[in-house]
Design a protein around this ligand. Structure first.
Ligand code: MSP
Length: 519
């Protein structure tokens, strides 16, 4: 990759900010969990900032609030705890949660508007065209499909208003050049190509105010002919820098440009064409990478509000545990592609990868240690120099490989790589049969094997910690460890780290078997 995500001394990851027009669904949890895995991995070696939040302005939120008979802000305040509790349930540890109704954000949006106006990037014009409230998007007649929104298929409404426009067309050539010079800045490739095609067609200027809407950040009074509010997308995109205290906040110096901005593919146009142009307009660089992931679908349909209840993320976490759900979401499909969700698939992954492979490895290893060595990690019968012999040598490169795959957003491959160690340890038990070694009094061989099982489990706990933080800690405690589980892999993952004499404490099953849900 051209500009690697790891290796810098700081790491900044963002999720889209979510429209707080209803309850969260599993799709919202998905992006946020992925960001959390990246942030947890980065934090072990770099200064890290992980931002998420809620998009609280716009017609969609105003309409939802009106339908509930509340003021928009009251509506957002009432719903916010539900969103935050979802992220907590899924063990998301963000560094900052931004709400676009916060003054720290509103002042930045107005300041950016002013700066662009002073630079001549904003002008007053007339917008006549269509608008999709669901996607909060302006559409040209020619882009509609059967008269409906080309993205979500919903009916559109006609707008005719005096608005302020951003000179997006002015940045068309610079964008094209940037895409050519940074072929990895938008991933995956299919999305890059789609955006490049839009640049080939040429971008139109963008209306960035809504005259006939009241819920939003007011157009600054100094704009003279000011009326109405700032367009919700212009407002929302700026969250990524308002949270850092643009223009001069110290976090801005440390963390901008972002290392990776995660988005769903339906909002790639905003993040890869409009967003860099706004940034350039105010003299800031574009992010290092925007990664547009696929959709979680049920029977071929994107999960959204209408299907949301069928896959209530709260209920899923309670049924399967948030670790298993995190594992499933990252293991089931390559990040970037769509994947169709089903409970059968979750149960299958849970019972096989988590219950049989990992859970049984921990249970068997600690039970044998208890039986043959009173639960104490044995002194391996090889000396320091030889310690690396078998597993140490074979897996020496694993932490680096896993880290690289994670920063390359290949989460499925990263988990598969970790499972190579799970399988190797399970195979060692089956092949070398500790019960026979014990019966035949082959103490050295038994000690060597038991030691490697404990050390392998220590590695596994550290490697899975970004994906399954709670279960990683369970392994850690059962191994009797009290050092930091989030230590830097480059230092802590050297074979031989677990001390002989450590008292292990077998406990609850990691992933107790669950029966297939009846259909
Ligand atoms: N508010 C805008 C984003 C502004 S960012 C400056 C928005 N919000 S949203 O709530 O409608 O969707 C936000 C994100 O939720 C999507 O981009 C995507 O990351 C995630 N998902 C929503 N539905 C999803 C699926 N069915 N599957 C996977 N992710 C999905 O757009």
């Amino acid at each position: 990759m051209e500009r690697p995500l790891s290796g810098h001394d700081s790491f900044y990851v963002t999720t889209p900010i979510y429209y707080i027009s209803g309850n969260p669904h599993i799709g919202h949890a998905y992006t946020t969990i992925v960001a959390d895995v990246l942030a947890r991995t980065a934090r072990t070696e770099q200064r890290t900032y992980f931002l998420t939040g809620t998009d609280e302005h716009g017609q969609k939120v105003a309409d939802a609030a009106a339908a509930a008979g509340k003021s928009p802000l009251q509506w957002c305040d009432d719903l916010l705890p539900r969103w935050k509790s979802l992220f907590e349930l899924y063990q998301v540890e963000y560094d900052d949660f931004i709400r676009t109704t916060q003054p720290r954000h509103e002042t930045v949006v107005q300041a950016v508007f002013e700066k662009l106006r002073e630079n001549g990037d904003i002008y007053l014009g007339k917008y006549e065209g269509w608008y999709c409230v669901h996607d909060e998007t302006f559409w040209l007649e020619s882009k509609l499909v059967d008269g409906k929104c080309p993205t979500c298929g919903r009916p559109v409404q006609w707008l005719s208003e005096d608005d302020w426009f951003f000179k997006l067309s002015k940045y068309n050539d610079r964008l094209k050049q940037y895409f050519v010079e940074h072929p990895d800045w938008v991933r995956p490739r299919a999305v890059y190509n789609e955006m490049m095609a839009l640049l080939e067609e040429g971008l139109d200027d963008l209306s960035i105010t809504r005259t006939n809407l009241e819920w939003g950040i007011p157009v600054p009074a100094s704009a003279g002919a000011a009326h109405g509010v700032i367009y919700v997308w212009f407002d929302a995109l700026l969250n990524y820098i308002s949270a850092l205290g643009w223009p001069a906040g110290p976090k801005m110096q440390t963390f901008w440009p972002a290392s990776v901005q995660l988005i769903g593919k339906e909002i790639a146009r905003f993040h890869t064409l409009i967003w860099p142009a706004i940034l350039w307009g105010i003299g800031e660089p574009a992010p290092h990478m925007v990664f547009a992931h696929g959709w979680i679908t049920v029977e071929g349909q994107k999960i959204g509000k209408s299907l949301g209840n069928a896959v209530d993320p709260f209920e899923l976490a309670h049924r399967f545990g948030s670790d298993a759900m995190r594992y499933f979401l990252l293991r089931e499909a390559p990040f970037g592609s769509d994947f169709s969700y089903s409970e059968e698939k979750i149960v299958q992954r849970y019972n096989s990868d988590l219950g049989n492979d990992l859970g049984n490895l921990l249970r068997r290893s600690l039970a044998m240690l208890e039986k043959y060595r009173n639960g104490l990690v044995p002194q391996p019968p090889y000396d320091e120099a030889e310690r690396n012999r078998v597993f140490g040598e074979q897996f020496a490169d694993l932490p680096r490989r896993v880290r690289t795959l994670i920063f390359n957003l290949q989460f499925r491959d990263a988990l598969e790589a970790i499972w190579e160690l799970v399988s190797a340890l399970n195979r060692a038990i089956d092949d070398r049969k500790p019960w026979t070694l014990y019966k035949e009094g082959r103490a050295n061989e038994l000690d060597a094997l038991l030691y490697d099982l404990c050390e392998g489990l220590r590695w596994l706990a550290m490697l899975i910690a970004p994906f399954m933080p709670a279960r990683a800690r369970t392994i850690w405690h059962q191994l009797g460890l009290n050092t930091a589980i989030d230590a830097a892999w480059s230092e802590a993952l050297v074979w031989g780290g677990i001390a002989a004499g450590t008292q292990t404490q077998p406990g609850e099953a990691l992933f107790p078997r669950i029966e297939q849900v009846p259909t």
